[in-house]
Design a protein around this ligand. Structure first.
Ligand code: NAP
Length: 290
């Protein structure tokens, strides 16, 4: 089976590439330079040539501007990367009669005021940040072009730094930095979100190739608030005695709930550990270090 992968130099894409090759897929990576900026006719022709050669069965589209902060500051760039580029991928999927798996985000729920985890509702979503709005618009536009396409709503992810592989800002790195510097980090008891070990995201990706077109919440569920989640990591690292020194609890911030209900995904036999379980999975992966 032939796969086209975008964003293979990224935090998620690099791990997806490793995983798909391990599973025996023939993966063609599109260099990021070919995807940056408003896609010109010349760029499109080059892409069409690569697609014709690769003869893909599936496109896994991870390339994006992934920073909410950068998107907020550069909305035009975000629109090009996070709305227009996915549409190009959807058109290429139709032209090449292949499946499109595209990365969306739990930020589409940003601004929702519910207290329970959200199922894949689309009505009434009005993300309060640029990135979330663009991801939501991309989901809709992709499906208009290619009803068989799949958008995965990914949650915040983490891993330990891996040599020559992109690492993203995560709560795990913040806590390790805090342990090294002795400078405390503040976590809110009113902040709720799933956080996912990126290895599990990559390990499940080939199972998404069989999903019916649509939008799916895709990641670890988490009953705990961010303060409690940070404490889980400290305990798993054997640093529970440093919790009072390194983690400050606040209840001053308003409620934020980005938690996703992954029942739909489970119904398709795709399973994630809870965030607590995934923290222990990651630490087990790096046991040589501890
Ligand atoms: N990381 C998370 O916690 C998280 C959470 C929810 C959703 N997501 C989504 O998951 C997907 C993968 O995220 P990630 O963390 O792997 O992102 P990342 O580490 O920032 O990697 C982004 C990839 O896209 C490329 N890229 C950067 N700017 C681009 C642009 N303007 N146009 C086209 N390509 C561009 C990068 O190429 P260069 O290396 O050449 O810059 C890199 O290959 C994205 O859709 C992101 O929005 C991520």
């Amino acid at each position: 089976m032939n796969i086209i992968l975008t964003g293979s130099t990224g935090f998620v894409g690099a791990r997806v590439l490793y995983q798909l090759q391990k599973e025996g897929y023939a993966v063609t990576c599109i260099p990021s330079e070919m995807l940056k900026g408003d896609i010109s006719d010349k760029q499109l022709l080059s892409l069409m040539r690569i697609f014709a050669e690769a003869n893909p069965d599936v496109i896994v589209h991870t390339a994006a501007i992934s920073s909410t902060v950068y998107s907020e500051q550069h909305p035009d760039e975000s629109y090009i990367a996070n709305v227009k580029l996915p549409q190009v991928m959807a058109k290429l999927a139709v032209a090449n009669q292949c499946k499109l798996i595209s990365c969306s985000s739990d930020q589409v729920y940003c601004g929702c005021t519910g207290i329970e985890p959200y199922s894949e509702k689309e009505e009434g979503l009005a993300p309060t940040n640029v990135y979330g709005r663009h991801k939501l618009e991309a989901e809709k536009r992709i499906l208009d072009i290619c009803p068989d396409a799949v958008s995965l709503r990914l949650s915040w992810m983490y891993d330990l730094p891996v040599y020559q592989t992109k690492t993203n800002h995560s709560f795990v790195l913040a806590l390790i930095k805090s342990a090294l510097t002795g400078k405390a980090v503040i976590y809110s008891v009113n902040d709720f979100r799933g956080i996912t070990y990126v290895r599990s995201v990559a390990e499940n990706i080939s199972k998404t190739f069989n999903l019916v077109g649509g939008v799916y919440n895709y990641g670890s569920e988490n009953e705990k608030n961010m303060y409690a989640t940070a404490c889980v990591f400290m305990v798993a690292m054997g640093m529970e005695n440093r919790i009072p020194e390194l983690i400050q609890l606040t209840d001053a911030q308003p409620l934020r709930n980005l938690r996703m209900d992954c029942t739909k995904l489970r119904g398709c036999d795709i399973h994630f550990e809870t965030t607590t379980e995934s923290i222990n999975k990651m630490i087990a992966d790096y046991t040589g270090l501890f």
